[in-house]
Design a protein around this ligand. Structure first.
Ligand code: 3HC
Ligand code: NAI
Length: 696
């Protein structure tokens, strides 16, 4: 495969990249580009060269499918190709449409001139893969858009429309249509007027004011995302563009790029990139499955979840009808949605006009009859099977044939819910996370009878509303919450062994979580979990094992909202303060069980909590609840704040080594009977540790 084509149009050689879907800079493409450029240069019938991609992509950058293979380093590497372009003796014009990212933009910066479609999307997003632009981007972009803008683009991965870059030296012409035709005309003009073969590398950068800009950016990044090393390396490389001769800057950039390429952080972030895309592919659901149309959505329940869920659809222009039992509940729900939008407007993220546009798409009702024309209904009423039964019976009665009936239940059996209807094949779980308008995760719960096109439609819709969809089978807690139970129990076990809640929180925060489990509990409120435990204890008193959280709640401490929980809080201040009262409750709890506290290291805390996630994840995988280990990572990264630079619990386990994980679990289990009950090793984990095969 040549990954590029060559033709001559009116004495201009047109080289078109042909490596779908996004013209990644594969080895074949790089090689043939050089071959074609040489051919054009040698051909006396050619005056100039235009390089271009497709309407979807000039190029999405380095071909990520080649990462980790020898092809990445096979010559000509991208920087060599760029050097070839820069030194051609005939004008080279890049015609840019669609995305022009990473190595794609770096390549375009090697051309003498650039013509872009107004809507083309331009950026250097390597930092999002834990990398930096490694083919001269850090040296060339500041020369065409200025230091400050380049720094921002490179350290954040921001993508900008060509129209907004029209007044920079990055683009020589911006057009609304026919970018290739415009580039050919432009190339002929360059020839006709004998314009110079401009090289970005020759543009001077003024060091004036640079130190201040760099220092401000450095301070911001140092306070930024914990554990991510790429943003600061990006900054170091950009700094070199100001203070080093161009070729030295290129060499420095290369060194940093290679360092990042072999870092665990980048491996984790590249894993996330492919994991996110894999998660939306379901082995037994063909990619060309005909999707059902979803042009109007009904939401039942205007509470915490129903309101947030509705906003997702309003945001993308899909009308929503919201149903409640009483008018005042509807009024409250609508007022909350409006307030949320107005707050977003105050932060400057949307305009007043957009607020009104979105609110105009929202209607309300007290009658199911108004659901007759909706294509998808999502139920977000109380978590009670009788209530769900009443709702789904009504939905079954009124909804049109082919409509999708979804539940946002977090704990109930979706198959039972589907059984309340005469059309279980149309029923699916759409498990949003709170706040539903913000959290990226969407667990899509596939029931026993859910139809394939309902699943495919839900995944596509999830992507459309900006979520990260992951498919889960039916079980208590689905993928995420089931693992969360194990994580919290592991934290409690570490506490019983001798660690304090604040030590546990700090250890996990140092690992990369924004908040440890006890701070999260205080933020979310302890009373709901307590109510659930009390119900379980009443239903099954013999099986109930009390936990420290029961004692905390008995003391009236429900978290931040009561000014005290696992920590105490001063009025109007969310900073947790370690409270001797809690230390005492924990001490008494241990004493009542005859536990003598010991020193528990931070590493042991992290191992206990994360390996509990891994062990439960492996069980979930074995049971077929999750389709892939990487799906579990996506759940944890997007729903539970797992640090991105660790790649998710299953990826992290792989990096630690499954042998080491299994050994640690066996040692925890050996400590006591209670520990042995908790640490039941997943057979799949043991098998893979034994065979040294990665968990897939
Ligand atoms: N190489 C190869 N394949 C790529 C690719 C790339 N650079 N970028 C995306 N793809 C593939 C995806 O894997 C996906 O494949 P699939 O259909 O088999 O799942 C397909 O293209 C479509 O991708 P998306 O589902 O993400 O489609 P979108 O239209 O939503 O987004 C995109 C397209 C904006 C290009 C997005 O995929 C993206 O951001 N890609 C990564 C861009 C990037 O990070 N480039 C820098 C690479 S590193 C580099 O260039 C190093 C250099 O500095 C030396
Ligand atoms: P909520 O109590 O805030 O809201 C429920 C709403 O449903 C109330 O406004 C109530 O008036 C309405 N309602 C109750 N019965 C109804 C009926 N028969 N018909 C119409 N409306 C009715 O509850 P919340 O937190 O929004 O939870 C809703 C569902 O979402 C539950 O199934 C819950 O398990 C699930 N969920 C909740 C999450 C959370 O963090 N709160 C996260 C993920 C799922």
């Amino acid at each position: 495969m040549s990954h590029a084509t060559y033709e001559i149009k009116d004495r201009v050689a047109l080289i078109t990249f042909q490596n779908p879907p996004v013209n990644g800079m594969s080895y074949a493409l790089r090689k043939n580009l050089v071959v074609f450029v040489d051919q054009a240069e040698a051909d006396s019938g050619v005056d100039a060269i235009v390089i271009t991609g497709s309407a979807r992509a000039f190029s999405g950058g380095a071909d990520v499918t080649e990462f980790g293979t020898p092809k990445v380093l096979q010559q000509p590497i991208l920087r060599v190709v760029i050097e070839v372009l820069e030194n051609v003796t005939k004008p080279v014009v890049a015609a840019i449409d669609g995305v022009c990212l990473g190595g794609g933009l770096e390549l375009a910066l090697g051309a003498h001139y650039r013509v872009a479609a107004a809507h083309a999307q331009i950026g250097l997003p390597e930092v999002k893969l834990g990398l930096l632009p490694g083919a001269g981007g850090t040296q060339r972009l500041p020369r065409v858009v200025g230091l400050e803008k380049a720094l921002h683009m490179i350290t954040t991965g921001q993508v900008i429309k060509a129209k907004a870059l029209a007044d920079t030296a990055l683009l020589d012409k911006v057009v609304e249509t026919d970018v290739v035709g415009a580039a050919i005309a432009f190339a002929k003009e360059v020839v006709a007027q004998n314009l110079p073969l401009k090289r970005v590398r020759d543009i001077e950068i003024s060091p004036e004011g640079a130190n201040e800009i760099l220092q401000a950016a450095r301070e911001k990044l140092e306070n930024g995302k914990k554990g991510q090393i790429a943003p600061l390396k990006c900054l170091d490389a950009v700094q070199a563009s100001v203070f080093m001769p161009f070729d030295d800057g290129l060499k420095f950039e290369r060194e940093l790029f290679l360092q990042l390429m072999s870092s665990p952080e980048s491996a984790a972030m590249r894993h996330i990139f492919s994991a996110e895309r894999a998660a939306t592919k379901i082995p037994d659901v063909p990619a060309d499955t005909l999707l059902r149309k979803v042009e109007k959505v009904g939401v039942i329940g205007a509470g915490t979840m129903g309101g947030g869920i509705s906003m997702n659809f309003l945001n993308v222009g899909i009308p929503v009808v919201l149903l409640e039992q009483k008018q005042d509940a509807l009024d409250r729900g609508v007022a909350t949605i409006r307030r949320n939008y107005e707050n977003t407007m105050k932060k400057g993220r949307i305009t007043a006009e957009q607020v009104e546009e979105r609110m105009a798409l929202l209607s309300t009702t007290l009658s199911y009859d108004d659901f007759a024309d909706v294509d998808l209904a999502i139920e977000a009423v109380f978590e009670n099977m009788d209530v769900k039964k009443a709702v789904f019976s009504e939905l079954d009665r009124v909804m049109k044939k082919g409509a999708i009936l979804a539940s946002n239940t977090s704990t109930l059996d979706l198959n039972v819910i589907a059984g309340f209807t005469s059309r279980p094949e149309d029923v699916i779980g759409l498990h949003f996370f709170s706040p539903a308008n913000v959290m990226k995760l969407l667990e899509i719960v596939r029931g026993e009878k859910t139809a394939k096109d309902v699943l495919a439609t839900s995944i596509a819709l999830g992507k459309k509303i900006g979520k990260k969809p992951v498919v889960s089978g039916v079980c208590d807690g689905f993928i995420g919450n089931r693992m969360l139970y194990a994580y919290r129990d592991a934290a409690d076990n570490a506490m019983l062994a001798g660690a304090s809640p604040s030590q546990i929180d700090k250890a996990l925060e140092n690992f990369g979580f924004a908040m440890g489990p006890y701070r999260v509990a205080d933020l979310a409120g302890l009373d709901i979990g307590w109510a659930v435990r009390k119900r379980r204890a009443e239903a099954n008193p013999d099986a109930y094992v009390p936990v420290v959280a029961d004692r905390i709640c008995e003391a009236g401490r429900f978290g931040q909202k009561t000014g005290a929980g696992w920590y105490k809080y001063e009025a109007g201040n969310r900073t947790p303060i370690v409270d001797p009262v809690v230390e005492n409750i924990v001490k008494e709890f241990r004493e009542a069980r005859g536990i003598t506290p010991r020193v528990v290291s931070d590493q042991e805390i992290v191992n206990r909590c994360i390996f509990a996630l891994v062990n439960e994840g492996a069980k979930i995988l074995e049971e077929g609840i999750a389709l892939r280990a990487s799906d579990i990572d996506i759940v944890y990264l997007n729903g539970y704040g797992f640090p991105a630079h660790r790649g998710g619990p299953m990826h992290y386990a792989q990096q630690v080594g499954l042998f080491n994980v299994v050994r640690a679990i066996k040692r925890f289990a050996a400590a006591s009977e209670a520990e042995a009950r908790f640490w039941k090793l997943a057979p799949l984990l043991e098998k893979h540790a034994e065979s040294n095969e990665p968990l897939k």
